[in-house]
Write a protein that binds this ligand. Structure first.
Ligand code: ATP
Ligand code: MG
Length: 355
C-alpha cells in the first residue's frame, strides 16, 4: 500500500483524521503526488479542484504539513458556512466601533494565519467585494480590517478549494478573472473515485483496518464478490462514500450491508461506466452495456416479485439455476441477505417503538 504518514500533522491540528493518505497507484493520483512535494515547498497559492469527497481537505492539510511554514497555523475558512454579511469580518477582522455591535477589536482569520496557511474552502462562495479584498491580499500581502484607517501586512500562504467550475463562474460574471489567475498559480485536480478504481481495494482495506481499530471490531477482509461490486459502483460521493460504507460494515459486521446499501442507491449503482477515452473497442463496449442492462432488468423483476426467484426466473424466461448464477455474478443481494435486512429493520423499529 502506497501511504504517506501524517499522523503528527493530524495531532497538531487536534483532529482525528485517518493517519495516512492513500495515494494508491492510479495515474491521476500519482500525478497529484508528484506535484505535491514541489508545490508544498514553494510558497505559492494553490487551487484544489475536485468533486465532493475526493480528498481536497486532506490534501490542503498535507500541503500545509509539507510547507516551510508547517509549524505555523493552518486556518480554514469554510466560506459557505459563514453568512455573507459575517464573512468579511470573519476573514479580515474589525476595529472597535466599525459597526453596531463592534464593541472591541477583533483580528480576522487572515491575520491568524500569519506565517502559516489560509485554507479557503469553496472559494466560489465569496461575493465580488470580498473577492477584490482577497485579490489585494494576494497581490501585496495587505488587507484592511473593517473600520481601520490603515492597511495591515501579513505573510500567508493561500490554498483554495472548490468543487465548482470557476471558468463558468467567470463567464457568468460571478467570479473575478484576475483573482482566478492569482489563486490558480498551481492547480491540483483531485480525481474522482471512478477514475481511480484501481485504488478502491487499497482504500477499502485501509478503512477496514482503521475502523476495526477505532471501534475495537473484528470485521473480516472483504470477499472477492463484494470487492467486485465495489469496483462496479459509480461512487457519486467518492472516497467519503466508500469510507462511510466500510464504517457501516465494520460496525454491523456482515457484507450484506454493502450490497444492500449499494443496490438501494439505484440508479447510481447501475449507471454504466462506458469510457470513450482512447481507442474504442466496440465489441467490449457492447458486451459491457449488455451486462449492465441485464443487471438492471434482473433487479427490476426481482423487486416486482418481492425477491421470489422462482417467479422472477419464469418472468425472465430463464432457468432458476441460470438466475441464481446471474444474481451472484452481478453482485446483487441474495434472498438471505434481504431477510437479514428486514430483521435488522424490524429490530431498529422495535427499538424506536420502545423509546
Ligand atoms: N486519499 C485518501 N486516503 C484516505 N482517506 C481519504 C483520502 N481522500 C479522502 N479521504 C477521506 O475521505 C473523506 C472525504 O475527504 P475530504 O473531506 O478531504 O473531501 P473533500 O474533497 O474536501 O470533500 P467536500 O468537497 O465535500 O468538502 C475524509 O474522511 C477523508 O479522510
Ligand atoms: Mg472539503
Amino acid at each position: 500500500m502506497n501511504t504517506l504518514s501524517f499522523s503528527s500533522l493530524a495531532q497538531s491540528l487536534g483532529e482525528i483524521p485517518p493517519e495516512n493518505i492513500i495515494f494508491g497507484h492510479s495515474e491521476p493520483m500519482l500525478a497529484v503526488r508528484s506535484q505535491l512535494a514541489k508545490v508544498a515547498a514553494a510558497n505559492v497559492p494553490v487551487l484544489i479542484h475536485g468533486e465532493s469527497g475526493t480528498g481536497k481537505d486532506i490534501i490542503a492539510r498535507l500541503i500545509h504539513g509539507l510547507s516551510p511554514w508547517k509549524s505555523g497555523p493552518l486556518v480554514k475558512v469554510n466560506c459557505p458556512a459563514i453568512p455573507g454579511t459575517l464573512l468579511e469580518s470573519e476573514l479580515f477582522g474589525y476595529e472597535k466601533g466599525a459597526f453596531t455591535g463592534a464593541y472591541g477589536t477583533k483580528p480576522g482569520r487572515v491575520e491568524m494565519a500569519h506565517r502559516g496557511t489560509l485554507f479557503l474552502d469553496e472559494i466560489s462562495e465569496l461575493d465580488l467585494s470580498l473577492q477584490s479584498k482577497l485579490l489585494q491580499l494576494l497581490q501585496d500581502g495587505q488587507f484592511c480590517r473593517i473600520g481601520a484607517q490603515e492597511d495591515k501586512k501579513v505573510e500567508v500562504r493561500v490554498v483554495c478549494a472548490t468543487n465548482r467550475n470557476l471558468e463558468s463562474e467567470i463567464e457568468a460574471g460571478t467570479f473575478r478573472q484576475d483573482l482566478y489567475y492569482r489563486i490558480n498559480v498551481v492547480n491540483l485536480r483531485m480525481p474522482t473515485l471512478r477514475e481511480r478504481r484501481g485504488d478502491i481495494e487499497d482504500l477499502a482495506s485501509y478503512f477496514l483496518e482503521y475502523y476495526n481499530r477505532k471501534y475495537n471490531c473484528r470485521a473480516k477482509p472483504l470477499s472477492n464478490e463484494v470487492m467486485s461490486v465495489l469496483q462496479k459502483y459509480h461512487w457519486p460521493g467518492n472516497i467519503r462514500e466508500l469510507e462511510n460504507l466500510i464504517k457501516r460494515y465494520v460496525i454491523l459486521g456482515h457484507e450484506e450491508v454493502i450490497t444492500n446499501d449499494l443496490v438501494s442507491r439505484e440508479p447510481d449503482f447501475f449507471n454504466p461506466e462506458i469510457s470513450f477515452d482512447g481507442p474504442i473497442e466496440l465489441k467490449k463496449l457492447t458486451r459491457q452495456a449488455v451486462r449492465e442492462l441485464e443487471r438492471k432488468v434482473i433487479l427490476k423483476v426481482l423487486q416486482q416479485h418481492h425477491w421470489n426467484r422462482k417467479q422472477a426466473a419464469r418472468t425472465l424466461s430463464i432457468s432458476y439455476r441460470a438466475l441464481l448464477y446471474k444474481i451472484r455474478d452481478a453482485g446483487l443481494p441474495s434472498n438471505r441477505s434481504l431477510r437479514m435486512r428486514q430483521a435488522e429493520n424490524s429490530k431498529v423499529n422495535a427499538g424506536v417503538a420502545a423509546d
